[in-house]
Design a protein around this ligand. Sequence first.
Ligand code: NAD
Ligand code: UDP
Length: 319
Amino acid sequence: MKILITGGGGFIGSHLSERLLKEGHNVIILDNFHTGSRDNVRHLLDNHYLEIIRHDVVDPLPLEVDQIYNLACPASPIHYQRSPMKTVLTSVIGAINVLTLARDIHARVLQASTSEIYGSPLEHPQKEDYWGNVNTIGPRSCYDEGKRVAETLFFDFHREAGVDIRVARIFNTYGPRMCAYDGRVVSNLVLQALRNEPITIFGDGSQTRSFCYVDELVDGLIRLMNCAGFTGPVNLGNPDERSIKSVAELIIKLCDSKSEIVYREMPKDDPNRRKPDISLADRALNWRPKISLEEGLPKVIEYFRPISKTCAPPTKRPN
Ligand code: NAD
Ligand code: UDP
């Protein structure tokens, strides 16, 4: 098949591209390289089945493909809060553009939605029928509300125009090729530990997240895309819930680091708890992650080891 991946030059997109090329598909990566990088896909450039187009999803997309994965959007708080208006445009106009394309060429289109649509959840673990608890005017709102409107658009195009849609709600994902300076907890803490610098925990570290290794997430996306008659939305994430403090301690141990933990102010609207209920993904897609943080983190540490020896640009997390 001919498959378009918007945001294919990013962290998840590069792994998805690699996997789809391995399966023998023609892959078109469309990316404005706002947060992604050609380095993420440099090892794939010799593959004749890969095409890379520098393009912004906010502009209409004139292409002929069978399937579209819509991943284009900055994903880390530092990145999406740097230009919040652009984040909203990317999510909303980007969704309209991929949906219009899918409608016109009769392609199937998958939206990379997010656990952030649940906001700071009042139900735990989060199930797909929970509507969420989201601040409409806070610093995270550009991302959360942009992704919520994108979901709305996907289901409106499906009902009104019969577009063949899939919606995945992705929970925190980690792995090699995460952007080194995106301020996310795994990339930040691994680099700090490898450099024996202070490990920054925001708040008291009791807030939780559930981390999925990228290969398993990619497997879930492909299963969803190719599952007949199932639109989602469906949670994709590892339900193994960890406190941020315990993640910091694990990273220090795995890096054999001399770093000490320091506590910093909690960013505004930082969700307190997050854990996916994945019983729907299990039933509909026969998908359940098996890779533990203890198995996955060493691969990220090896990826970041050479990077940790290079000069670090400043990362200031906005409040
Ligand atoms: P990433 O920032 O590494 O990748 C996003 C890619 O989209 C980048 O290559 C970037 O250059 C590109 N992009 C951004 N704006 C664009 C635009 N206007 N036009 C074209 N390209 C654009 O992030 P990621 O972690 O790989 O996330 C991929 C997708 O998955 C995002 O949509 C994100 O919201 C979603 N997601 C990720 C996670 C996670 O934990 N990584 C969790 C939930 C949802
Ligand atoms: N976090 C932290 N120290 C850091 C970076 C992040 O304690 O250096 C915390 C952050 O406040 C949040 C959690 O780790 O509670 C996950 O943050 P991340 O940005 O990776 O993902 P998100 O908040 O979008 O789930």
